[in-house]
Design a protein around this ligand. Structure first.
Ligand SMILES: NC(=O)c1ccc[n+]([C@@H]2O[C@H](COP(=O)([O-])OP(=O)(O)OC[C@H]3O[C@@H](n4cnc5c(N)ncnc54)[C@H](O)[C@@H]3O)[C@@H](O)[C@H]2O)c1
Length: 348
């Protein structure tokens, strides 16, 4: 089996993560890392990892077939283009870049050079996402008409480059890119009809520290994506509403439950007290018409991402995260910002 030598550019949190994973995989070999911060290079050497003296040194290493770009977001574009022009295949960390126009330039270079160019959308393999997807695809709740997808923090925007617009900071680019990609991957991305969004600036003026967005798909599904950083009580990671049931996935550990109705038509109820009044409509259902089902936990195998990269490079397989998907996700991100700025629905 041939091994593919990989260089990691940007040896911070995520660059270190890629370097560790690459060292665990038989199909790949870590050739070395490059970072503009000498301290990071020192960290790498302490881990026994080879370091390069410059980005040009990485490109000059003929053994390197694949470059993983894991720098601040604004540096992805020049580094990816430079690597492809030097004959390297490229994985960019997300977001692949900061605008559709920039992505089009990068994709043009990929076509011109014939090199692999893709983005690390690892959260397509998250257990919680796959567990939600399984509920929808198995029709456990009947036709699903609403999905709410949330991640909520309580420490404001991180104090690093993520709070700086010049580096492509902000939570839309940070977490939004994952959650919006998940929405587009669950549904056929061409079925997206419109988006309305609001961004927040509670802890940071320069770039957003969270956002709320409502996506509407042509099949009638309404899909809400929320990323916030100022919540001291968090709501469930997923809330899924179908015609015959509801599911909640509380967290990344897959705590949650599914409740389905087995006697829909038995809707008689006695009024219950509600605040200063009474209600029949909102009276809870009785156990004779609903029951709980166990949440079927789906465990993702993230290494499929790198397996696919290997297959693309060695046997011409199709890349899992395609150029079309990369573009669609950035189009949606641009629409989120446009909607928030104009306070109006953006149609696709
Ligand atoms: N896919 C995921 O789950 C995930 C998770 C975290 C971060 N990320 C992404 O990974 C990237 C890095 O994030 P991070 O949290 O590791 O940040 P980080 O600040 O920990 O690391 C970034 C590193 O890049 C270096 N760098 C910056 N510009 C450079 C350049 N031109 N050439 C070489 N090195 C350069 C910095 O010195 C720093 O060491 C970002 O794009 C981020 O969005 C992805």
């Amino acid at each position: 089996m041939q091994t593919i030598k990989v260089a990691v550019v940007g040896y911070g949190g995520m660059g270190g993560w890629h370097a560790d994973r690459i060292r665990e995989m038989e199909k790949f070999e870590l050739a070395g890392v490059w970072d503009i911060d000498p301290g990071q290079l020192e960290n790498a050497r302490e881990e026994g990892i080879n370091t390069y003296d410059s980005f040009e040194d990485v490109l000059a290493d003929e053994d390197v077939r694949l470059v993983v770009v894991a720098t601040w977001n604004d540096a992805h574009k020049p580094l990816c283009i430079g690597a492809m022009r030097a004959g390297k295949n490229v994985i960019s960390e997300k977001p692949v870049t900061l605008s559709v126009a920039d992505l089009d330039e990068m994709t043009a270079v990929a076509h011109e050079t014939g090199k692999l160019f893709t983005v690390h959308q690892n959260r397509r393999w998250d257990d919680d996402y796959l567990t939600m997807k399984n509920i929808v695809e198995k029709n456990t709740l009947g036709r699903v008409f609403r999905i709410e997808s949330r991640v909520q923090g309580s420490r404001g925007i991180p104090g690093d480059w993520r709070k700086e617009a010049g580096h492509g900071g902000g939570m839309v680019f940070d977490w939004g890119v994952h959650l919006l990609d998940q929405a587009l991957t669950l549904c056929d991305d061409s079925a997206l009809e419109s988006v309305w969004a609001k961004v927040t600036h509670i802890t940071n003026d320069e770039c957003d520290d969270g956002f709320y967005s409502e996506l509407k798909f042509k099949n009638g599904l309404s899909y809400m994506v929320e990323v916030t950083t100022n919540n001291f009580i968090t709501l469930p990671r997923w809330y899924i509403l179908g015609e015959n049931g509801t599911a909640v996935i509380e967290d990344w550990d897959l705590n949650g439950k599914i409740t389905v109705v087995h006697n829909w038509d038995k809707i008689d109820s006695v009024p219950v007290k509600a605040g200063t009044g009474i209600t029949k409509t909102m009276a809870p259902r009785t156990d004779e018409t609903i029951h709980d089902e166990p949440l079927e936990k789906i465990h993702g195998r993230w290494t499929q991402y790198y397996d696919n990269i290997y297959d693309v490079l060695t046997s011409g397989a199709e890349q899992i995260v395609t150029h079309r998907q990369m573009r669609r996700c950035l189009e949606l991100i641009e629409a989120v910002f446009a909607s928030a700025e104009r306070d109006e629905v953006v149609k696709f």
